[in-house]
Design a protein around this ligand. Structure first.
Ligand SMILES: [Zn+2]
Length: 222
């Protein structure tokens, strides 16, 4: 059964009275009514007297606690600048909040387990990818130093993490991709490329200065 919603106004009016106890409802206090003008109750006379206020912000908790409560009092406060009432939370039964919190916590556990599983799968996929990519590098660069193909593959895998398909299904390494990975690796490990930065030279110039060295190493690895 759907929970019945009821507005509760933190009233901006001066002269409201509770229709049951007849007490005045001061400005800014809760007025339980369908319209904020008249015919409402003070919080103490309303069914929400024993309810708890749940602050807004957690969508799942808001939805679930409403579902588990007999009534839901939507607390509304006047925003003078925007000229409208805005939600400040909801009054629901304490047991409903407790139940909702338990459900949210259970979700959290499931989500954590899923994330953990996904991370494990990714690790396995990465390892497989590096193996396959390394082998492909070795085929194209048979004279590349021993085990270096896996170092290159590992670096490329980290660099393109999330950007290229790394699943077992995506084990198609095109020659251009391999060449780029090898070239980058040579630039960073076999030349003084990185050390030349910050000395007033442009990246373009540094690259141009090293191009013949890199070409020579590439040829020797083929
Ligand atoms: Zn009253």
């Amino acid at each position: 059964m759907a929970t019945i919603s009821q507005n509760i106004y933190l009233t901006k009016r001066e002269k409201l009275h509770c229709k049951k106890c007849k007490k005045a409802i001061p400005k800014g206090k809760a007025f339980v009514a369908d319209e904020e003008d008249y015919n409402g109750l003070c919080l103490a006379c309303s069914p929400f007297a024993t309810y708890k206020l749940l602050a807004p912000g957690n969508v799942a908790l808001t939805r679930r606690s409403k579902k588990h409560s007999a009534l839901c009092g939507v607390l509304l406060a006047w925003n003078q600048r925007r000229k409208r009432y805005e939600r400040k939370g909801q009054y629901v039964e304490l047991q409903a909040i407790i139940k909702a919190k338990k459900e949210c916590a259970a979700d959290e556990t499931v989500r954590e387990a899923k994330n953990k599983k996904a991370a494990e799968v990714r690790l396995v996929q990465d390892a497989e990818y590096i193996q396959e990519f390394g082998k492909a590098i070795r085929v194209n660069y048979p004279n590349c130093p021993v085990k270096r193909e896996f170092e290159i593959a590992k670096h490329a895998c980290e660099k393109y993490s999330g950007r290229v398909g790394r699943s077992a299904a995506a084990k198609q390494f095109d020659a251009n991709m391999i060449d780029l990975a090898v070239e980058a690796h040579i630039r960073h490990t076999e030349t003084n490329y990185d050390a030349q930065f910050g000395k007033g030279m442009l990246k373009k110039e540094i690259r141009a200065g090293l191009s013949s060295t890199i070409k020579r190493i590439i040829t020797s690895w083929k």
